[in-house]
Ligand binder design. Structure first.
Ligand SMILES: [Zn+2]
Length: 242
């Protein structure tokens, strides 16, 4: 059963909004940006199966297929952070496609120590994948010359020690992982969390010119915030109340 709602955003980017009853993250697909045979980039593939036994990965695979995209054609998986509900399915994507995996060095170090225990605590199996490269703060340019996606990587710890957020400059799209949500912020009571670092990270992100804010999870207030004014108001709210 497909439990992801596929939302086509600017320039043909897709957000797969999780709509199941249990927990899972939203996934973003950047289609046809890499050179070579596996041109798609997948950000936060999510759970394989969540706490209610919902088949999150099968749902994502089918939702993508409905849009004409195959898991086999993913060339790169990016993890905003290493929590199970964001990257557990990485191993399956890599198995199907041979995709490379990237996250921040800080998050990889956390994953290798405390982060892995997180999976065990939630009854899951930590994915056996090694990052091919580390995402550093600054510009990341993907793709061929005439089809480049300019991404700015922001190091935004607080929810997890090595969380990153991705800003697509041309589309003015911010993919914030679990740093900021519609009307809320990420939890800081998990291992390695820090409220003061989270506040600093949110302050930094709030300076950006954002038209689409794609958060890692839905809240009662929504999932994707569209429009500069609404995004600005959302940052104002979270900075005021959290
Ligand atoms: Zn998380």
């Amino acid at each position: 059963m497909i439990q992801h709602n596929s939302v086509r955003l600017a320039e043909g980017l897709y957000c797969y909004v999780w709509q199941g009853r249990g927990n899972n993250c939203h996934t973003v697909l950047l289609p046809s940006v890499l050179r070579g045979e596996r041109p798609h980039v997948l950000i936060d593939p999510g759970h394989v199966r969540n706490e209610l036994g919902e088949s999150c990965f099968d749902s994502l695979t089918q939702a993508m297929e409905k849009n004409g995209f195959k898991m086999e054609d993913i060339g790169l998986v990016i993890g905003t952070h290493s929590h199970p509900d964001h990257v557990e399915a990485t191993e399956l994507v890599v198995e199907k496609s041979g995709a490379l995996f990237a996250l921040s060095r800080e998050e990889d170090e956390f994953y290798r120590t405390m982060g892995k225990m997180f999976f065990q605590a939630f009854g899951g199996k930590p994915p056996q994948v090694n990052p091919f490269f580390y995402l550093k703060e600054g510009d990341l340019s993907l793709g061929a010359k005439d089809n480049k996606v300019a991404i700015r990587v922001f190091f935004t710890p607080g929810h997890s020690p090595g969380s990153i957020s991705l800003y697509l400059e041309e589309e003015k799209m911010l993919i914030s992982g679990d740093v900021v949500f519609a009307g809320s912020v990420g939890r800081t009571d998990f291992p390695g969390g820090s409220p003061s670092l989270l506040r600093k990270s949110i302050e930094e992100l709030s300076q950006l010119d954002v038209e689409y804010l794609v958060a890692g999870h839905s809240t009662e207030m929504g999932n994707i915030i569209v429009g500069q004014d609404k995004v600005r108001r959302n940052f104002y709210t979270v900075k005021t109340f959290f």
